[in-house]
Design a protein around this ligand. Structure first.
Ligand code: IMP
Ligand code: MG
Length: 175
């Protein structure tokens, strides 16, 4: 149904789950004993990663979601995005870990970080499943990364092409 003939797998299900376990252990260690961790998953792409990651955490956390949409369905060159669903949690004086599917140009993350910083979190870090440093337009801090990727358009594990392929268990490049 997804036309998988046209996909070239870059990361297998096994590679993904090993990496998610690794990140879960690392984050659990780093936040051990810290108070009130809020995982902020960015709708919609990062939901798959965020849920899997959260299951690998051995520390308490609150899971919350923020929805954003770029104007005209494209990332604005200035990185202006609209919040379509705000957090339900007050993050003031809490440790916040923003969970992203991919950091590409960095424009979306840059906007989100600026927005969340105004709410005075105790700490604010970023965990992204994929990182494409070659495509960066704005410098953004990435504290935890799953995989560094080449400059290709990838789908799967939450990432879509026109809303398709999110449910693909692998990360693949569209041919
Ligand atoms: P940004 O360019 O870093 O602002 O990324 C904006 C958003 O575009 C990401 O959160 C993804 O939802 C989407 N995106 C960027 N690169 C890819 C890709 O290779 N495949 C699928 N979605 C992408
Ligand atoms: Mg996204």
């Amino acid at each position: 149904m997804n036309g998988e003939r046209n996909l070239e797998v870059l990361l297998t299900e096994e590679q993904i789950s090993k990496k998610v376990s690794f990140l879960g252990e690392l984050i659990s260690r780093d936040y051990a004993g810290a108070k009130e961790l809020v995982l902020v998953a960015v709708l919609r792409g990062s939901v798959y990663f965020a849920v899997d990651l959260s299951r690998q955490l051995s520390i308490p956390f609150i899971l919350d979601f923020i929805g954003i949409s770029s104007y005209a369905g494209k990332t604005d060159p200035l990185g202006i995005v609209r919040i379509t669903k705000d957090l339900d949690t007050n993050i003031a004086r809490k440790n916040v870990l923003l969970v992203e599917d991919i950091v590409d140009t960095g424009l979306t993350l840059n906007y989100l970080l600026k927005n969340l910083r105004t709410r005075n979190p105790l700490s604010l870090r970023v965990c992204t499943f994929l990182d494409m440093p070659a495509r960066r337009i704005v410098d953004v801090p990435v504290d935890y990364r799953g995989f560094e990727m080449p400059d290709v358009f990838v789908v799967g594990y939450g990432l879509d092409y026109q809303e398709c392929y999110r449910n693909l268990k692998e990360i693949a490049v569209l041919k």
